[in-house]
Design a protein around this ligand. Structure first.
Ligand code: IPE
Ligand code: IPE
Ligand code: MG
Length: 266
């Protein structure tokens, strides 16, 4: 019998790797990722959960560079949800310190790579040092016009929809807008993705790591027609190969948007 000091669970390889990634094929302009499994990654190594978050930060760096080099326009990363405040205070504090450490070490590389940092979420509820870190990163990268690295931080989609409804209602209340004028664009404009150009607001591809197959209050409006890709890989284990496997799976999907493709009409 072989005794292993750290019994490691199987490390998952890209699930749908039977598809070949085509670098010249259809590339999603906007990819959104639910970065999940940091805690389990740490637990598998008998480390505290926060060690998984720290390692997950390294994955963010790698995946950002990889996505940028592939030519992806927007990478939205779900970093902290409005529901994650329910976690123990120590873990929440660690997660609120992460952007400080992350941007401290990574902003020069982001500038060199022409990446623009954006943050969407209820920023005003973040601790001051976290707010400052994200504000500085946005300011320092604002002239870059490569990949938009968009962090969903203290983000929740139901809260986002409530805020949008309130904003639109105020416009109606003050006679700046008639109720009949409200259309899908009005709503999209008032969601937190409203800062993005209209054709980049909705992710074409949503990836969730760690084997969970749910949305967890992420981009409920925006992913009406997104392709969903679930992988068992834990976020700290996710790498460029996994990303390409997800895109390869996307390239095989038949996106109909309720209609039919040309060859299906025959
Ligand atoms: C994702 O990893 C990171 C955040 C939600 C902040 P988790 O911390 O949810 O990891 P698991 O799901 O417990 O493994
Ligand atoms: C979703 O992961 C939120 C983030 C990745 C930031 P969770 O781990 O919080 O989701 P649930 O609780 O499993 O649905
Ligand atoms: Mg989780």
């Amino acid at each position: 019998m072989v005794l292993r000091f750290f019994p490691q669970k199987e490390k998952y390889t890209p699930d749908e790797s039977q598809f070949e990634f085509d670098p010249d094929g259809n590339l999603p302009k906007h990819i959104a990722i639910i970065m999940d499994g940091n805690g389990r990654w740490a637990k598998n190594r008998r480390l505290p959960r926060v060690a998984g978050h720290k390692e997950g930060m390294e994955t963010v760096k790698k995946i950002t560079k990889h996505a940028n080099r592939l030519g992806v326009k927007v990478l939205t990363l779900y970093a902290f949800s409005t529901e994650n405040w329910k976690r123990p205070a120590d873990e929440v504090n660690f997660l609120m310190q992460l952007p400080v450490d992350f941007f401290d070490t990574f902003v020069p590389e982001l500038i060199a790579e022409n990446v623009q940092v954006k943050v969407m979420g209820y920023e005003e509820y973040l601790p001051e040092h976290t707010q400052k870190a994200v504000e500085d990163a946005m300011e320092q990268t604002k002239d870059n016009d490569g990949l938009i690295l968009n962090f969903a931080l203290n983000y929740g989609s139901r809260a986002e929809i409530v805020s949008a409804v309130r904003e639109i209602s105020k416009l109606v209340e003050t006679d700046q807008l008639a109720a009949d004028q409200i259309d899908e664009k009005t709503i999209a404009d008032h969601l937190m993705t409203g800062f993005l150009p209209a054709d980049l607001r909705d992710p074409e591809l949503v990836i969730r790591t760690s084997g969970e197959e749910r949305i967890s209050n992420f981009l409920l409006w925006q992913l009406a027609y997104s392709e969903l890709y679930f992988t068992k890989a834990l976020w700290p284990d996710f790498d460029g190969e996994h990303l390409e496997a997800a895109i390869a799976a996307f390239q095989q999907r038949n996106r109909r948007f309720g209609g039919l493709n040309e060859e299906e009409k025959k």
